[in-house]
Design a protein around this ligand. Structure first.
Ligand SMILES: *Cc1c(COP(=O)(O)O)cnc(C)c1O
Length: 461
């Protein structure tokens, strides 16, 4: 009992701690209110520890240090920078596309001062906030007009609600996709107030299926890009161009949810080709929607390009007001799209394309360079540079892989628990390193590693 009481008496009073010169810095960094709050918490914890273990917790030797580290931890942003070495370039859980420097500067500027978001300086009648972007998008895609919302899911919802509410939308059974989360085409249809008219089968849908489905209730023919899966074998789908021709003949607009889509022909960079927005417009598709932060490499946004009269309906719909993009998104998107006007420099300036176009040999060389520096610090692991296959991610080109190289860590004693411990340790670093555990090894796919110096600082910690 006496020992217990004397243990409790080792818990210093708040006032005494605050007067301690060691706390001067803590107070100036975090302020009186938060420091006191933290000390109360620590005192409670120390009392509970004594009760449970008949001993002071080890950190009681240095209250100032412990309080500082706890307060620092609390102050850490929920959006912490990490090294994405997962092998998935557009990783949805890690925020998809990294922004170009031009986009970052444009956002900072738009945040720092008032901007001409919907303000007309020259009396030329800008109309709405998407006007400037629409001009660039039309220049790039050949479309008549454009509309910007928060993300592509919102774009699909708005397209359907504004042009087909209360009527039927014809979609192939092979394209009733679930993108992830709660985004499923049949559910979005319902939310938009449309009736889904399914045609064809899972593997085969013919032009005649669409034709037979069209009636006086039909508002749209819709194509949905099967972004995250691939049907192989005995298959048939109707291409957008053919559907657009039918739509013209029957006087029914054709809309396409492209998912990622691309504004450049990726095959010129040796990458697998993704459907291009300008091809859809040239084929006569009335409205095309796609994401801002997938292959486009910009901020999260949903972009719809197409016929002027239909875009006007979207702009005037009440949902547009609810789904509109803010000035930061618009600033980043505008700066990103401007990079497309200078295609010769695109692969250098746009991080997404820069990472996707890195060749396997240079990644391999980077791996070997790093290996010699890192290996001596990890004696319990065998380090190797191994070929690997990266993915684009975010539902772009789901089956295609990009050859690259990874730094792999294999436990010399073969114990899986070592891999678990290593990845836990790396996740706790100031800039966490996120890899992938597979085949008894920890893989660090180096495709997305640009800041080697900082990476080495982390791994040699
Ligand atoms: C990714 C995707 C969406 C959703 O786009 P977000 O920008 O993530 O909202 C919708 N449809 C398709 C076909 C997609 O690939």
């Amino acid at each position: 009992m006496t020992t217990l009481r004397s243990l409790y008496s080792h818990i210093p009073a708040t006032d005494r701690l605050l007067r301690d010169p060691l706390f001067t810095h803590v107070l100036s960094q975090f302020g009186h209110t938060r420091t006191v709050e933290m000390l109360r918490l620590m005192q409670d914890e120390a009392r509970q520890h004594i009760q449970a273990h008949d001993a002071l917790p080890p950190w009681c030797a240095d209250w100032a240090n412990e309080a500082t580290s706890r307060l620092c931890q609390q102050t850490q942003s929920a959006l912490r920078p990490v090294f994405n070495l997962t092998g998935t370039v557009l990783h949805t859980n890690l925020g998809r596309a990294q922004q170009a420097e031009e986009a970052i500067e444009a956002v900072a500027q738009a945040m720092r001062s008032p901007v001409t978001l919907e303000y007309d300086l020259d009396g030329a009648g800008r109309g709405h906030r998407d006007r400037a972007l629409a001009t660039i998008l039309c220049q790039i895609t050949g479309a008549e007009d454009a509309c910007i919302v928060n993300n592509n899911a919102a774009a699909v919802l708005l397209m359907l609600a504004a042009t087909a509410a209360g009527r039927e939308v014809v979609v192939s059974r092979g394209e009733l996709v679930e993108i992830g989360g709660a985004f499923r085409i049949p559910d979005v249809m319902r939310q938009a107030g449309c009736t889904l008219h399914e045609v064809g089968t899972t593997n085969r849908t013919h032009a005649s299926d669409y034709r037979a489905a069209v009636n006086e209730q039909t508002a749209l023919l819709m194509k949905v890009h099967t972004s995250n899966y691939h049907i192989e074998g005995f298959t048939k789908a109707v291409e957008e161009a053919e559907l657009a021709a039918m739509g013209r003949e029957l006087d029914v607009p054709v809309v396409a949810d492209l998912g990622s889509g691309s504004l450049v022909d990726l095959s010129q960079y040796g990458l697998p080709k993704e459907p291009m927005v300008q091809e859809m417009i040239a084929a006569g598709v009335s409205l095309v929607s796609f994401s801002g932060d997938k292959l486009l490499g910009g901020p999260q946004a949903g972009i719809i390009v197409g016929k002027r009269a239909l875009i006007a309906k979207l702009q005037q719909h009440p949902l547009k007001r609810a789904l509109r993009a803010d000035k930061m998104t618009l600033a980043a998107l505008e700066a990103t799209l401007r990079l497309y006007l200078h295609p010769e420099k695109l692969a250098e300036r746009l991080p997404t394309l820069r990472l996707l176009t890195r060749d396997a040999a240079s990644i391999q060389a980077q791996g070997e360079r790093l290996l010699t520096q890192i290996a001596p610090h990890y004696p319990e692991f065998e380090l190797r540079v191994e070929p690997c296959q990266s993915q684009i991610g975010s539902g772009s080109l789901p089956v295609d892989r990009l050859p690259g190289a990874a730094l792999t860590f294999t436990p010399r004693d073969g114990r899986g628990s070592r891999l678990e411990a290593l990845s836990t340790r790396w996740r706790a670093l100031p800039v966490p390193v996120i890899g992938r555990s597979y085949d008894g090894r920890l893989w660090l796919d180096l495709r997305c590693l640009e800041d080697e110096k900082r990476f080495l600082e982390m791994l040699l910690k």
